[in-house]
Design a protein around this ligand. Structure first.
Ligand code: B12
Length: 216
């Protein structure tokens, strides 16, 4: 089967909630010699995006979405096992990653972690629904280079600004580069809250972190 055909099957497995079949298709995809990272982004994540549209159209509800994300995660685990992590002690930089307070959407965050780790960054994943003070505390404790914030809801977006404001109040704003992302976020919004960068997707986020840290 062609690469496009296999990517479409990976995407379909997520939409159709095929948690077992997705593993077989993922194996077939890597055995055919195709890039696992592309399999994640152009196959599995594409499926999650299609599922999101069905949710918006009220064809899928929360239980279906959760089954789709289970299928996506099963596929990611299989593809990730074929992606090499950078050797220990060779970290390209330290990223503290969190979904902001009030928000439990962590699918995008988890993807970001995988992409950053496979590109040689050390990621301290603080989780989802994390109080702003805690995110800053963890960044300070770990001497982070980057704070990466995710928000999927318009109601929780202001908590990104809250994190930035805490670093300003504590006089440590220049100790970190702060980047933001998530479906409702835009470059304009990132600029308006004084963030150092924004990207609409996980691969763009890796390039953003690389450019902010001057890593080739
Ligand atoms: C899946 C989903 C869920 C799942 C979440 C499962 C999980 N563990 O994450 C479940 C079913 C549990 C859920 C629950 C809820 N959800 Co919901 N959910 C979604 C949905 C359909 C898809 C989100 C998703 O996972 N996308 C796929 C991932 C891969 O994309 P992503 O997260 O955007 O991440 C990518 C980029 O944005 C970027 N990125 C992400 N973070 C970052 C960070 C940085 C630094 C950078 C650079 C880039 C970056 O890279 C990622 C990979 O490419 C969205 C609709 C949508 N269109 O987004 C609604 C949506 C976000 N949910 C919504 C709502 C309202 C809720 C609920 C309140 C319940 C409800 N009534 O539906 C609860 C929220 C509870 C809470 N307090 O958090 C609304 C939010 C509306 C708003 N106010 O803005 C949305 C928009 C649906 C809608 N149209 O109404 N949800």
């Amino acid at each position: 089967m062609t690469k496009e055909g296999l990517l479409k099957r990976l995407s379909d497995c997520v939409v159709d909630m095929e948690e077992d079949l997705v593993i077989d298709v993922a194996k077939e995809y890597v055995e055919a010699g195709f890039d696992p990272q592309e399999g994640i982004m152009d196959g599995l994540v594409d499926g999650m995006k299609r599922a999101s549209v069905l949710f918006d159209e009220e064809e899928y509800y929360i239980p279906e979405l959760l089954s789709c994300s289970d299928a996506m995660n099963a596929g990611i685990a299989e593809l990730q096992s074929h992606m090499s992590k950078a050797a220990e002690g060779q970290s390209a930089g330290k990223v503290v990653l969190a979904v902001v307070h009030g928000d439990t959407h962590d699918i995008g965050k988890d993807l970001l972690r995988i992409m950053l780790e496979t590109n040689g960054f050390t990621v301290i994943d603080v989780g989802r629904d994390v109080p702003s003070e805690k995110i800053v505390d963890v960044a300070v404790e770990n001497g982070a280079d980057i704070i990466a914030l995710s928000s999927l809801m318009t109601t929780t977006m202001p908590n990104m600004k809250q994190v930035i404001d805490i670093t300003i109040d504590r006089g440590i704003r220049n100790d970190f580069k702060i980047i933001v992302g998530g479906a409702p976020i835009s470059q304009k919004y990132a600029d308006s809250i004084g963030a150092d960068g924004y990207s609409s997707n996980a691969i763009g986020a890796v390039n953003l972190v690389k450019s902010l840290l001057g890593v080739a």
